[in-house]
Design a protein around this ligand. Structure first.
Ligand SMILES: Cc1ncc(C[n+]2csc(CCOP(=O)(O)OP(=O)(O)O)c2C)c(N)n1
Ligand SMILES: [Mg+2]
Length: 414
């Protein structure tokens, strides 16, 4: 089945990727709600690990060598192990909060691995798998969740932007960045063409920011791939409340291609993201990818999903686990054996030990520094609040902290 709606791209071959616009007219000038249905989904590897052919997208993975394919599994297993360690650290009081990613590994590793070094990524707060593909030290992700940093890494080193907790805000930043790339290219043709990936969730898709960013991206043909992980829940709000039809249909309203992909199939996600990035880098404008996946765990460690969804639904999605199907595929093709999976497990444990050690070694946040960065210059209200904070802290003990504070900032820039 095809989940793609593609205005003329020059890449359509056969099957249903024929460049048709969505919906058939139901009366003069009125379109039916959307041509991409739930059944329409690009899938190259089904839940049993069997390969399927797709006229447009198979070629993107047919050429991959065994090492690369094993690497997809390794990445997915690594981020799952990391996620379990971070969840444990939160439960042990070492992190204020954690945002589990379990279940969404294929959507993240497939898309992240499709990006090139020069591309730039704008994540939400859950893109731990994408962070891995960009080469971050995963321990750095935990600084924010331990409250010792507002960010945790230098985005310029990996072209992986800081996490954004304000839903959908990063989609606007992403389009602005993509328009900047266009201008750099126009100013200097030697600049390497690059694209931007804007990640967001099904809940965030209802934010006005997404609408505005898609209008701008379309109008200016910005090189941006909107990558929506539809995990069917926005905390306790089910997807049906966000949209009556698959989100990929929305792209047609803005005039750019929309693709619905099996987000638990790492091969299909890799293929469609490669296509979309090529499309964007070649000056053809944006693409919307809707990756159908599922959040198997809680929204965050502060959430209890048993309060709002049925166990039967979770069980059904466990049967579509991205790691299980990819392991079945690698074994059936003779691409990986027991020794490989054992090694991946051991490496994962080693990473988890590194992350734990690094977390415990992270210094406490310098709270006074917060007062210093509210405004560029000294401000009476900030100074007043700092004075209150100093006396509050001093009330606990020997007053040493308070004395130190007075000699530091008075609410202006350091
Ligand atoms: C502008 C804004 N409104 C509300 C919230 C509170 N909030 C945090 S996560 C979330 C749900 C997001 O769901 P979705 O976009 O589907 O992403 P997911 O968490 O499922 O990955 C909400 C409402 C917020 N962070 N920002
Ligand atoms: Mg969601």
């Amino acid at each position: 089945m095809s989940g793609a709606q593609l205005p003329t791209t020059g890449r359509e071959t056969t099957g249903t990727h024929n460049g048709t616009w969505p919906g058939s007219a139901i009366s003069s000038g009125v379109l039916a709600p959307g041509s991409i249905t739930d059944a329409d989904m690009v899938q190259l590897l089904d839940e049993h690990g069997a390969r399927h052919h797709d006229a447009m997208f198979s070629s993107y993975v047919d050429a991959l060598d065994a090492d690369t394919l094993r690497g997809f599994y390794r990445d997915m297993a690594t981020v799952r192990r990391f996620d379990a360690e971070a969840t444990a650290l939160q439960r042990q009081g070492e992190l204020a909060l954690w945002v589990p990613v379990v279940g969404q590994e294929a959507a993240q590793i497939g898309s992240g691995r499709a990006t090139a070094k020069a591309d730039y990524i704008f994540p939400t707060y859950r893109e731990h798998g994408v962070a891995l593909t960009r080469g971050l030290d995963l321990a750095d992700l935990l600084k924010l969740f331990r409250g010792v940093s507002n960010g945790g890494w230098d985005p310029r080193e990996t072209n992986f932007h800081l996490y954004t907790l304000v839903l959908a805000a990063q989609t606007l930043h992403a389009v602005g960045y993509a328009m900047g790339i266009q201008r750099d290219l126009a100013a200097d043709s030697a600049t390497e063409p690059a694209a931007v990936v804007a990640y967001f969730g099904d809940g965030a898709s209802s934010e006005g920011d997404v609408h505005e960013s898609m209008v701008f991206a379309s109008s200016y043909k910005a090189p941006v791939v909107f990558f929506c992980q539809n995990n069917y829940w926005a905390i306790s709000v089910p997807f049906e409340v966000q949209s009556k039809i698959p989100l990929a249909n929305r792209a047609a309203g803005y005039g750019f291609p929309g693709i619905r992909v099996d987000g638990n199939d790492v091969l299909a996600v890799y293929a469609v993201t490669q296509w979309a990035l090529d499309h964007a880098r070649s000056g053809n404008g944006p693409v919307l990818i809707e990756a159908s996946t599922y959040r198997l765990g809680a929204h965050t460690t502060a959430d209890d999903p048993t309060k709002y969804r049925l166990q039967a639904e979770e069980e059904a999605w466990r049967g579509k686990d991205p790691l299980v199907r990819f392991e079945a595929y690698l074994r059936a093709e003779g691409l990986a054996d027991d020794a490989f999976f054992e090694q991946v497990k051991n490496d994962g444990d080693e990473l988890a030990a590194h992350v734990r050690k690094a977390t415990l070694a992270m210094n406490s946040a310098d709270i006074r520094q917060k007062f210093a960065t509210v405004y560029a210059q000294a401000h009476p209200l900030v100074a007043e609040e700092l004075a209150w904070f100093n006396s509050y802290e001093a009330s606990f003990g020997d007053g040493q902290d308070g004395e130190t504070a007075e000699s530091t900032t008075q609410g202006g820039a350091a």
